[in-house]
Design a protein around this ligand. Structure first.
Ligand SMILES: Nc1ncnc2c1ncn2[C@@H]1O[C@H](COP(=O)(O)OP(=O)(O)O)[C@@H](O)[C@H]1O
Ligand SMILES: [Mg+2]
Length: 387
């Protein structure tokens, strides 16, 4: 059955709401997908500020959480409307919406509480504004089976690349850096996926502190700076890098507070660009080390396809090319799925499985005890059509 879906994604960078529309047909490795349009809609400034503040401070009043869940639902719905307007495609032609939501908190470590994860952006609001079936809350079922609820994109990577019959790596550089290895064996159980550490998160925070800018455009500041060896040494000893996969991370370890704490001792005696360069080199080195330790010895990787905003950081991409000379480092581009819409497109693939009653977690990547159907389906009741 052919369906038209809109995928909505808002990652840890809080840089905007990514929306993509696609026609999708078939399931699992028999899926075919045609991208129709995509865009990123910035958050309304005040909403972004409040979200960022509660996520960073790890605390908020209950009424604020209650309210922002609905406000985000409205923002997600408005982003879908905007996408249809830009593309000149009628919202009426859309069958379903797949909404990842905004992660408010993720508990992976039992010391902190019961392992759990919370994505907000009320699906009932999206369903009723757009008059569509909405699939949301993708991570909860995997967590209920003892998984981390993350990463979920590897299933979509497998669907898109399994037929190639060769080992290939897909790498997303969002706030966090994560990789998927799709095996040439064509077996979902052989997929390897984990977070290598930060991608842009620490660089963005340092750019805000040092220059009042949201990110290092093209990596221009990093390109001008000199690496600070002592800071680099300290960063490369971060305990997260020593953990074995499967592993996932977020703002808890590499967010604004952590970045501030790590770089503050170096501010007095070093140029701002040296800090930016060192943080960018940390992203690159932690990625290279992850491949050298956990990927290259076990898979025959000739090509890594990079997506996410970090793939637009020219200095970072050039550094990765130099550091991993045995592989082709490329920017993701496949059948209209590009570096900027890939994650949102992945959720269309996951929702399509959910609507077909099929599971779509990769248990080896999430650690779940068994396969589960991901997501909560919110139906829309059209009173006029029914009467
Ligand atoms: N031209 C650019 N140069 C350098 N970095 C960029 C550029 N464009 C985007 N970025 C980085 O990408 C980030 C957004 O990436 P994205 O994939 O949307 O991450 P997330 O999924 O966490 O929202 C920005 O915060 C910024 O750090
Ligand atoms: Mg983003």
């Amino acid at each position: 059955m052919k369906r038209r879906g809109i995928g909505i994604m808002s990652g840890t960078s809080l840089d905007g709401i990514d929306v993509v529309m696609a026609d999708i047909e078939g399931n699992f490795t028999g899926t075919s997908m045609e991208i129709l349009c995509s865009t990123t809609v910035p958050f309304e400034k005040n909403l972004e500020k409040r979200l960022r503040s509660m996520i960073e401070k790890k605390t908020a009043a209950l009424n604020e959480i209650c309210s922002i869940n609905v406000e985000l639902g409205e923002a997600f719905a408005a982003a879908c409307v905007r996408l249809c307007e830009i593309a000149g495609i009628a919202l009426d032609s859309v069958d379903f919406v797949a909404s990842h939501g905004q992660t408010l908190y993720h508990i992976g470590d039992e010391k902190e509480g019961v392992p759990s994860t919370l994505q907000i952006g009320e699906s009932a609001v999206i369903a009723n504004r757009l008059k569509k079936t909405v699939v949301a809350n993708f991570r909860a079922a995997d967590v209920a089976q003892g998984g981390q609820g993350a990463p979920l994109v590897p299933y979509a990577d497998f669907v898109l690349f399994a037929h190639e019959g060769r080992d290939i790596a897909l790498h997303n550089l969002g706030g966090i850096s994560n990789l998927t290895v799709v095996p040439g064996s064509n077996r979902l159980d052989d997929v390897l996926a984990f977070d290598t550490g930060p991608a842009n998160m620490m660089i963005d925070q340092a750019m805000g502190m040092l220059y009042g800018k949201p990110y290092d455009n093209d990596g221009a500041h990093a390109a001008k700076g000199m690496m600070i060896d002592t800071l680099m040494g300290a960063l490369m000893h971060h305990p997260y890098l020593l953990q074995k996969p499967p592993k996932s991370t977020g703002r808890e370890l590499f967010g604004d507070d952590a970045t501030r704490r790590i770089i503050t001792p170096y501010l007095e005696n070093h140029y701002p660009d040296d800090i930016i360069r060192t943080l960018t080199m940390f992203t690159a080195c932690s990625i290279r080390d992850a491949y050298e330790q956990y990927v290259f010895p076990y898979y025959d990787i000739k090509e890594i396809l990079f997506s996410g905003g970090g793939a637009s950081n020219r200095f970072l991409m050039e550094t990765l090319k130099t550091m991993m000379p045995s592989v082709r480092v490329k920017t993701f581009d496949k059948n209209g799925i590009d570096k900027d819409n890939k994650e949102a497109a992945a959720f269309i693939i996951l929702a399509n499985e959910t609507l077909s009653g099929l599971p779509s977690n990769v248990t080896r990547a999430t650690g779940a005890k068994q396969a589960v159907i991901l997501g909560t389906i919110h139906h829309y009741f059209d009173e006029k059509e029914t009467l």
